[in-house]
Design a protein around this ligand. Sequence first.
Ligand code: PLP
Length: 386
Amino acid sequence: MFKYRLLTPGPTPVPEDTLLELARPVPHHRTAEARQILADVVEGLRYVFQTRGDVIPLTCSGTGAMEAALIHAVPRGAKALCLVAGKFGERWHQIWRTYGVESVAITAPPGQVVTPAMVETALRQHPDAQAVCVVHCETSTGVKHDLKALGELVAQTDAVLLVDAVSSAGAMELRMDDWHIDFLATGSQKALMLPPGLAFVAVSDKGWRAAQRHQPPAFYFDLKKARDKIREHDTPFTPAHTLLRALRRSLEKIRTEGIEAVWWRHARLAHACRAAVQALGLELFATVPAESLTAVRVPAQLDGQEILRRLEKDYGIKLAGGQDQLKGKILRIAHMGYIDFFDLLAAIAALELVLRDLGFDVPAGRGVAAAQRAFAEFHCSSGSSN
Ligand code: PLP
């Protein structure tokens, strides 16, 4: 028997006390208690996103938040720039097109990022672009975009900046106000340590001004209506209030630890994970790796699907593989939210066993030892993120 250990980049494990909140009886949602929960959750999310602006909880998955943000940012027929470095960048692009927005893709090959210089050039070529959208942590390839630099660029224009922070909020340094982010979208099932089912949109003043200039094609996702309600600690429709109550627990944990300490802890786990897989002779897939997950190239002689199958069946370790054209070619090890160093060590140890079972020559313990060393050294060099 092995314990089931979930190290996928969403969903992620949920702390026990948060789960217990979900087991409590369901109260009514139009009560003083429910309003207090909403107020606490909004305040907690503002802290995680580092914003003083409006934060709106939605009952949907992360893609719903992306769509809600996007339909408020620009009207049909407008032009937008879209940084595409993987599946989720491609998703922005698809949603724009669904709503009749002319989306210009700035594309990077899998495993690479779209650089600020590429965006600067695109902004010069398309001065009429009304929005720029980017995925902070591109979960499909494990790369991280330089949001700070992108924010500075876009802030010099009239365009709004939309950020998919689905797998970065609560794990990676993210400063919505300082980095001039206008629409930030995220979901509940990653570093916020909750099951799937909630999503959040945060909007800057510049974002609201953009939304004010047109009539967004939205009813359920009407963010202006939701903003007016949330300012009174209420929602236009029935919220998933038991999930919100549980989220309050997880957000308390982040607040107690301190957001910068949370970012540092994730950077340390990422550092240890990268050291481990490289010690095993595996190659990192991302050229600029994110702190939420590590994507690893599967050696040509091995079958990535088989590695995943054995990890789960033989050792109870659930990792993710590649999606679409990366299927079988990469492994993705998450280390965000409620995944700790010892969960990560278990995954590395099991990976060593599976690689050995498949005839890939790795001395037992090499990855585990490298992870421990990197973890300990990172502690000593306190604060440095790589
Ligand atoms: N964006 C990123 C970066 C993600 O990792 C995901 C989910 O994995 C999504 C968007 C989509 O979120 P959801 O599946 O919650 O709609």
